[in-house]
Design a protein around this ligand. Sequence first.
Ligand code: BEZ
Ligand code: FE
Length: 293
Amino acid sequence: MRHVTKDNITDVFMNYLGPETDPRLKQILKSLVTHLHAFARETNLTHDEWRKGVEFLERAGTISDAERHEFVLLSDVLGLSSLVDMLHSHPQGTSSSVLGPFHITGSPPLPLGGDLRKDFPDQVLLAVGTVRDTDGNPIAGAELDIWQTAPNGLYSSQDPDQDTYSFHGLQVTGEDGRYGFTTVKPVSYTVPSDGPVGDILRASGRHPWRPSHLHYIVKAPGFQTLVTEIFPDDDPYLDQDTVFGVRDDLVMTYVEQPAETFPAEGFALSGKVDGPYLEAAFDLVLVREEGER
Ligand code: BEZ
Ligand code: FE
C-alpha cells in the first residue's frame, strides 16, 4: 500500500498479515495495534514522547534479569496483571491475585500445624481454614504453597539475613480439607521502586506500597491452580494497593484470642503460646478443571 495515511494505517497493518497467521494472534494484534494507534492519535504523541517511551522500555529491559522482572512490575502497576486475573477468575471460586516476584520454588514441607514463625518474637498469628470445591466439599490432599514477608518487610530472597526458605512452606490439607499453621503478621511493604517503574510511580504522584498479605498457591488434582493472597482488613494500604491486588473476597480479619484458647494439640506451638495470639480464618475455594466432575 503506497498511500499510508494516519487514518488508514491500522487497516494497512492488518492487510500486511499473512494468510496463515494464527487466528488468535491475528485477533490480539488487531486489537493491540488498533488501541496503540488510537492512543497516539488521541494524545497527538510527539517524537520526544515516543522516544522517552522507547527509552523507558529499554531501561526496563536492561534492569531485568532472572530475579528482576521490570516488565511484570510495569504490568502490575498499570493494573494489567490484575485485570487479566479478574477476567479469568471464576465467580464461585476464590479470586486470584498477583503472584509477584518473590515466590521461590522448592519450599520445604510445612506439616499440618507447623510453624513459620521460628525465632521471630512477634505475636503469634494462627492461620487456619479449609480448602473447598465450589459445592462446599472439603478437598483433602490439596497443596498450599505459602510465602510472606518477615516482620522487617522483606521476603527471604531480598534479605541476606534470612534463610532461603524463611517464611516459605508447602502444606498439604488433611482428610477434612483443613490447613493450619502459625506465623507472624506479614507487613505492608514497597514494590521495587529503584528502576524505571519507580520513576513512573514518582512522576505520577503514586506511592509504591502494597498492603500486607499472605501469599498462597493452591493446587489439587482435577482443580484449577489458584494463585492468590489474603489481606487483613485493618491494613492502611488495603484501598490503595499499588498493584491493584485486593478483592473483596480476599479480605480477612485478625481476631485476637486469649492464650488459653490456642489449640492444645496439633500445632508445633501447642502448649507454648503464653500471650494473646491472632487468628486469621480463611477458606479457599477451588474451581474444577474443565470437564472434571
Ligand atoms: C508481591 O506481592 O510480592 C508483589 C506483587 C507485585 C509486585 C511486587 C511484589
Ligand atoms: Fe507479596
